[in-house]
Ligand binder design. Structure first.
Ligand code: 5RP
Length: 223
């Protein structure tokens, strides 16, 4: 197991109350957290209810004995622990490298606290090293692709290893775009949100409350 991911996950574990509704992120770092959480919950008889952010996370958490419920069965989520693909100094980030950005953003929106677990390679002064995932409805997606291309965003459909287009848990496509050098990310987020056929994008602005960096053991709170 990757030590940086384990350390970040352990730091997050310390922040989970004995009794809580916990949002479970997606991706490899979130997976380490879920494994540690399931072990601790069993050993310490924690009273947890978990809300997953992807089918994969749902299956993993249930297989480890965690109580998993649909998001619509809870009023709120106390704390969500998730990974991120890139994070800037203000704790804004890019997510969706694992194609789970839509459910991740919905769960985050209903969480009282959002903790991200990363290693220091994910931290950059300005976002844009990682391609920004945009989740689009399949119908008419080529038109969105062409729009993004006309705007110089170098779109690429996310593909599986067999060359077919990836379908998300909600049966949409992902188009990854290049946002390097774009300063006005709020403007970009707004522009993407208003494109008919775009379901969601991976810019997570002012969502992360606390960032835990496994490689250095540092914790940063959003100001
Ligand atoms: C999935 C995500 C993940 O949180 C992100 O890709 C980070 O994953 P990892 O911990 O494997 O680097 O946004 O949609």
């Amino acid at each position: 197991m990757n030590n940086d991911k384990v350390r970040a996950a352990q730091m997050a574990l310390e922040r989970i109350p004995e009794k809580a509704i916990v949002g479970l992120g997606s991706g490899s770092t979130a997976t380490v957290f879920i494994e540690l959480l399931a072990k601790k919950a069993k050993e310490e008889h924690m009273e947890l209810t978990c809300v997953p952010t992807s089918r994969q996370t749902e299956e993993l958490a249930a297989s480890l004995g965690l109580r998993v419920v649909d998001i619509d069965l809870v009023d709120h989520i106390d704390v969500t622990v998730d990974g991120a693909d890139e994070v800037d100094d203000a704790l804004n980030g890019i997510k969706g490298g694992g194609a789970a950005l839509l459910f991740e953003k919905i769960v985050a929106a209903h969480s009282h606290k959002n903790i991200w677990v990363v290693d220091s390679s994910k931290k950059h002064h300005q976002l844009g090293h990682f391609k920004l995932p945009v989740e689009v409805i399949k119908f008419g997606s080529r038109h969105i692709y062409k729009y993004l291309d006309r705007h110089g965003l170098k779109p690429e459909y996310r593909l599986l290893s067999d060359g077919h287009r990836l379908s998300t848990d909600s049966d949409n496509y992902i188009i990854d775009i290049d946002i390097q050098g774009i300063e006005d990310l709020d403007g970009l987020a707004n522009q993407l949100k208003h494109l008919t056929g775009v379901v969601e994008h991976g810019l997570f602005m002012e969502i992360c409350d606390e960032l835990l960096v496994g490689s250095t053991g540092e914790a940063f709170e959003r100001k």
